[in-house]
Every structure is written in structure tokens, then in C-alpha cells.
Design a protein around this ligand. Structure first.
Ligand SMILES: [Zn+2]
Length: 342
């Protein structure tokens, strides 16, 4: 086919000009669309264009034998619905593109987050079996998602959750909160959603009379409660900074008691890391630091209700779950202190 000929015409080998029939036109068009960058999207538009061309073709094309024409129109009629379905499918894929492209962009994050998550599930599976390990890691994910949602609401740049066996999970804030209120909100987002996750677990356990869910719920309550300890880089430490720095002192004492009662490397690490922060909280603040810690009375009130309310709910939840587990004859050995969530 020689290039530069007007659309719809081709030169035969003997130099005679011939008309392209409808099929050829469709073929040519489809090809031109396929080579375009926007092939996917164009296809949807394209098919309806081809149909327009067909209508024109029927009027202008040289007259063909009636039998052939009826056969063709019959095929066309039969193919009509196919074309419609084709358009719908093409449109669906065109829309899917808007879902798939961002997904591809976040693939490295998914791999990092998902990879460390799978590793953690695998490690805990060796200890507890896969069902408990899976449930436990999912509860951690729910907790981290709580932080993530609030941080995003404030427009803070955050990394995807990363899971470290025996340590817990964390999200990296790539941007520091601009004030104590923001920090407290991001801090309480995790325990709030995490506690809700544990509550759902508890409800499932009651509904299906499945002790594994209740055991998971107990762990969920415990972990979220532990993280509310008002000290250091624990969620509680971030939250009470907006309430009163004095709350750090009982928190610190509680942590030392905890570390003494359930000797654990990570707890002592938190104690150590909290020391400089405690010092900095009680020394004289610069004006800029002062501004950072400014919280309105209503904000202080909201955060206090959330914080102390959540602690009360979690204590109650642990108590109820424990009683349920006793009923099932499951005894808690307090593995919880092996794991710290942030
Ligand atoms: Zn947390």
C-alpha cells in the first residue's frame, strides 16, 4: 500500500486505484490507534468512530451484489452487540488505568510494607501458628493505619508502615508535626483505630464462639494500652505532651515498674531513650518551643477525654476478654510484653 494516498484508497500492484472496503478501513484505523500512545483510551472512542464510517461507507461505496450486502449487514447486525460490549470493556479498562497507574506508583511501598509484614507473620507463625500470627500482624496494621490516616488528614508526609518482628511496627513521619496538638492527634489515631480493631475481634469471637479471636482481642487491648503509657516515643508520650508534661513522671515510673516486673530489653531501651526527653521537657523553653506546646483549653479537654477514656475502655476490654478466655479454659501467659507497638 503506497503511503500518502487519501484515506480509504489504496493502489493495487498494477497501479489501479481501488476502494478500501469497510473491513480494510477498520483494520487501518485500528492500527493507527494501536500505534498511538493513548492506544488504550483511543480504542473506546475508536470503535464508535468505525461505526460512523460504516454508515458513510454504505452510502458512498460502489454498489455490491445484494446477496453479499445482506450477508454483510446480517453479520454487522450480529456483531452490533459485540461492538457495544467491546466499547464497554474498553471504557472499563480506560477507567481502570486511573486505578492501576497509582497502584504501580505505590508498588515499592507495597512491597516494603507487605514484605516486612509477611516476614513478621512468618516469624510469629513459628511461635503461635499462622492464624494467630496473621491476626496479630493485622491488628498492628490497623493500629498503624490509624496514625497514617490522621497524619494524612493534617497533610503530613508519612511513609508506609514497616514491620519489625519482636519490636512492632512503625510509620515514619517524613515531616515533623508543626505543634503539640498535631503530634497528639497523630499519636492517638493509632490506639483509637487499633482499639476499634481489637473490639471487632472481640465481637467476632463472641459471635462465632471462637476463643482465638478473643485471645487476639485481648492482645489488641493490651498492646494499645501499653502504647498509651505516657512516656518517651510511645504514643502516650506524644499525646500527653499536649496535656501536661507532669504526666510523663507517672508514665516513667510505670515503665520502670513494667521493665522490672517483665524484664524486657525493649522496655529498658524506651526508659533510656525517654531520659533526655524528660530533661528537655522540664528545662526552660525557648519562645519557639513555647509556641509549639501551645494548646487551646478546648483542645486540651478533647484530648484528655479521648486519652483517659480510651485507657478506661481498654482496661475494661482486657478484663472482659480475660474472663471470656477463662470461660474457654484459655490461660493468658502474658506474651504481650515481648512485643512493643508504636
Ligand atoms: Zn502507635
Amino acid at each position: 500500500m503506497a503511503a500518502g494516498l487519501p484515506y480509504g484508497r489504496a493502489e493495487a500492484e498494477n497501479g489501479q486505484r481501488v476502494s478500501l472496503n469497510a473491513f480494510d478501513r477498520r483494520f487501518v484505523r485500528r492500527h493507527s490507534a494501536a500505534t498511538s500512545k493513548l492506544a488504550f483510551h483511543l480504542n473506546a472512542v475508536h470503535i464508535s468512530k468505525v461505526q460512523d464510517v460504516n454508515v458513510q461507507t454504505e452510502r458512498t461505496e460502489d454498489y455490491k451484489a445484494p446477496t453479499e450486502e445482506t450477508a454483510r449487514s446480517r453479520i454487522k447486525k450480529a456483531l452490533g452487540p459485540v461492538a457495544v460490549v467491546g466499547v464497554v470493556i474498553a471504557k472499563f479498562f480506560a477507567n481502570l488505568k486511573f486505578v492501576l497507574l497509582p497502584l504501580l506508583k505505590f508498588l515499592p511501598i507495597l512491597l516494603k510494607s507487605g514484605g516486612t509484614m509477611l516476614l513478621m507473620i512468618w516469624v510469629y507463625t513459628q511461635i503461635w501458628g499462622w492464624q494467630f500470627a496473621l491476626g496479630f500482624v493485622l491488628l498492628l496494621l490497623v493500629h498503624e493505619t490509624g496514625h497514617l490516616i490522621v497524619a494524612k488528614k493534617f497533610g503530613l508526609k508519612v511513609g508506609a508502615p514497616v514491620f519489625i518482628p519482636f519490636m512492632g511496627a512503625f510509620i515514619a513521619l517524613k515531616e515533623a508535626p508543626r505543634n503539640a496538638w498535631m503530634e497528639a492527634c497523630v499519636g492517638i489515631g493509632g490506639p483509637l483505630l487499633g482499639s476499634l480493631g481489637a473490639l471487632v475481634c472481640n465481637a467476632l469471637g463472641e459471635f462465632f464462639a471462637a476463643p482465638i479471636f478473643i485471645a487476639l482481642a485481648w492482645f489488641g487491648y493490651f498492646l494499645n494500652l501499653f502504647n498509651l503509657t505516657p512516656v518517651g516515643m510511645l504514643d502516650g508520650g506524644r499525646i500527653v505532651t499536649a496535656l501536661s508534661r507532669w504526666l510523663w513522671l507517672p508514665g516513667f515510673a510505670l515503665l520502670i515498674w513494667f521493665g522490672w516486673k517483665y524484664p524486657n530489653f525493649i522496655i529498658w531501651l524506651i526508659v533510656l531513650l525517654s531520659l533526655p526527653r524528660i530533661y528537655s521537657l522540664f528545662r526552660k523553653r525557648t519562645e519557639e518551643e513555647q509556641r509549639y506546646f501551645e494548646v487551646t483549653p478546648s483542645q486540651r479537654c478533647v484530648m484528655s477525654v479521648l486519652y483517659f477514656g480510651l485507657i478506661a475502655i481498654l482496661l475494661f476490654g482486657m478484663h472482659v476478654a480475660q474472663q471470656d478466655l477463662n470461660k474457654y479454659g484459655v490461660r493468658s501467659h502474658g506474651h504481650g510484653h515481648d512485643v512493643i507497638v508504636q
